[in-house]
Design a protein around this ligand. Sequence first.
Ligand code: ADP
Ligand code: MG
Length: 366
Amino acid sequence: MSFLTLVNVEKVFPNGVQAVYDFNLDVQAGEFIVLVGPSGCGKSTTLRMIAGLEEISKGTLSIDDKVINDMAPKDRDIAMVFQNYALYSHMTVYHNMGFSLVLRRENPDHIHERVMWAADILGLTPYLNRKPNKLSGGQRQRVALGRAIVRDPKIFLLDEPLSNLDAKLRSSMRKELKSLQNRLKATMVYVTHDQIEALTLADRIVIMKDGWIQQVGTPYEVYHDPQNVFVATFMGTPPMNAFPVKVTEAGDLSLDGRPMALNEGTRSALKEKGLFGKEVILGIRPEHIAVERQNGQTDGFFSVADLYELLGSDALVHFNVEGKHLIAKIEDRSSVAAHDPIRYVFDPEHLYLFESDTGRRIHARH
Ligand code: ADP
Ligand code: MG
């Protein structure tokens, strides 16, 4: 098991495009790190710098405290698995898995032992004599993983390895990968654009946007304690509702022309920042909006359900407030239908507020 450190790492491509800015991260030995963010945010570039496939423009990269900025990829002892894991089509599963060890001129007995070990772990023993075109997508993906684990590398890098698989297979491979990582106690850096994959796989998640790290934290932390509006709305399905609202001179939020009371912690944070009378961004997760059919009660807020979506055990209600589209998640599926007049209430203990210019979280004092 090895640890990996990136300090002030940047990447500027020869054409002047800067893909990564001031990237700082300590990956612990045996940790499962997931880099997540929208397409083009710099995830693959970061991974390729760690692998040595791209030069680092600035900063320091080290494995086990040894600086590897200028070390050739083959000397880094890193294994990489890609989305397009092109197996050798003329070779059997057995030979595909052993090939990198053959290239390294390892002892044949040792190679055999490693391949049999990896096949056993990955459930590939019955398929060792097959060619890749006689395997399912999931089995091929497992062979690609097998090629990486036979080497027992210091660090595994995986770039969207599951995105070619259908949804069901992806979810079962996710479980396999997580348990594989646990058994190998391997240090892994995994790239995906899929926030569900990040939340389910990671020990810690690194959320990126436009080449900048937005937040680093456990799945629980980034979901429950997002540091800015980007992280808040990127992590979670359906996403957190977020929209601009006015803070009244008295320190309430003004919604639909009426004041919406805040708890004391939030109100004092707004006061401290001089935001009374100003605009902020209000965030609330769908599960923290209570919705019911209008029943004569006069407190709360009112709208009309535009759309009702059944998810299975619960349901989504779409509605509009001051022209903004909101989504609430409800458990009582029979309580609301499309076009019903509804009453909705935001749970004051689960409101998130963000600065409207920077998107930074305004923290309530506890
Ligand atoms: P991600 O993997 O998060 O989708 P990438 O790391 O592949 O993003 O790319 C980050 C940014 O760097 C993008 O704007 C991309 O167009 C740019 N980029 C990637 N590779 C090169 C390259 N070889 N030359 C110039 N720009 C590149
Ligand atoms: Mg990529």
